[in-house]
Design a binder for this molecule. Structure first.
Ligand code: ASP
Length: 335
């Protein structure tokens, strides 16, 4: 009897703790390890059960700690994933990635790769040499999700700790725990008995329905994030302007509140051609225009519920399409 064809998946290695190895002799008891040292082929070879789920072709695009991702590397990753997705002999893509900036890479791919094929990112909170390493199971689950036909058309997914999150919502919310990833509206689904089980679907545009096209871009417009705390200085915003920032995401308190003592200086940014995007340093919750600041008067934009790192990417992509603050506000409202 012919066995059904296994899906053919590309596995793109970029580094991170999933490709990390312990450096201390006590191994599993120590938090000391070096990330990004184990090759993508070795990650696949370390989980023999993967072969039952899919035919995997591994490539090493990068071998870095995800803290070292820059916009240039994001563009390179998105171009490579788009190329892979365009191939008839690729049914989906799994990306192994450091967890620290996984949410940013996932969201960037979600907005820029024009494909409905499954694109799944995964990583690990513990290196492969730890006593209870989470990387092998995360990789197995990511491949199970990418190989499953029901995963197509859902946008870019992050699979960690048996949960399937949308790239639109997910964030790393803990520095150490295995359940470090969470979405404010909950995960889209779970991995159960080796297959995805879906509980909700995303309503916002992504991938094939996205407005953003990076094909002709050499670089992203520079956007900086300034996080609020007591006793701030407007010179930090000014420093971003001096660097050539076209927009600044102001990660304000609570509902995106800007302290009174900064308002005049930040209001002057618009006259200098710099867009201010109000976000919340809490990382979740819908912001309301003109509620905590006079956005109409200042020409400011507010995020919907995007956390500051994602608001930075959305602002950069929005600026590739328009400079108009109202049009950018509409993009923030819809994505
Ligand atoms: N520093 C690592 C990285 O993001 C952390 C991890 O992968 O969990 O590359």
């Amino acid at each position: 009897m012919n066995r059904p064809r296994r899906p053919s998946l590309a596995l793109v290695g970029t580094g991170g703790t999933i490709a990390g190895a312990g450096t201390a002799p006590e191994g599993g008891m120590s938090a000391a390890y070096q990330s990004a040292v184990v090759g993508a082929d070795a990650l696949v070879a370390g989980v023999p059960a993967l072969a039952r789920l899919a035919e995997l072709r591994a490539e090493q695009l990068l071998q870095i700690d995800s803290a070292d991702f820059t916009d240039a590397l994001l563009l390179r990753l998105a171009r490579r994933v788009a190329e892979l997705c365009a191939r008839d002999d690729v049914d989906g893509v799994v990306i192994t990635h450091g967890t620290d900036t996984m949410e940013e890479s996932a969201y960037f791919l979600h907005l820029t790769v024009r494909s409905s094929k499954p694109i799944v990112l995964t990583g690990a909170m513990r290196p492969a040499t730890a006593l209870a390493a989470d990387g092998p199971a995360n990789l197995l689950h990511a491949v199970a999700v990418a190989a499953h036909p029901s995963s197509a058309g859902r946008g870019v997914l992050v699979v960690m700790n048996e949960e399937i999150h949308s790239a639109r919502d997910v964030a790393k919310v803990h520095a150490a725990r295995l359940d470090a990833f969470a979405s404010p509206h909950g995960p889209l689904g779970l991995v159960a008995e080796g297959a995805p089980r879906w509980y909700r679907a995303l309503t916002r545009p992504h991938t094939t329905a996205s407005d953003f096209d990076i094909a002709a871009l050499d670089a992203l417009p520079l956007v900086g994030v300034v996080t609020s705390h007591g006793n701030m200085r407007a010179e930090i915003h000014d420093a971003w302007v001096a660097q050539g920032a076209r927009a600044i995401v102001h990660a304000g308190f609570g509902g995106g509140t800007v302290p009174d003592y900064l308002k005049a200086r930040l209001a002057a940014l618009r006259a200098r051609g710099v867009l201010l995007v109000r976000a919340s340093r809490t990382g979740a919750g819908a912001l309301v225009r003109n509620a905590n600041a006079d956005d109409d008067a200042h020409g400011w934009v507010v995020t919907d519920d995007q956390n500051p790192p994602r608001a930075r990417l959305l602002a950069a992509l929005a600026l590739t399409r328009t400079q108009d603050a109202q049009a950018i506000q509409r993009l923030f409202n819809s994505y």
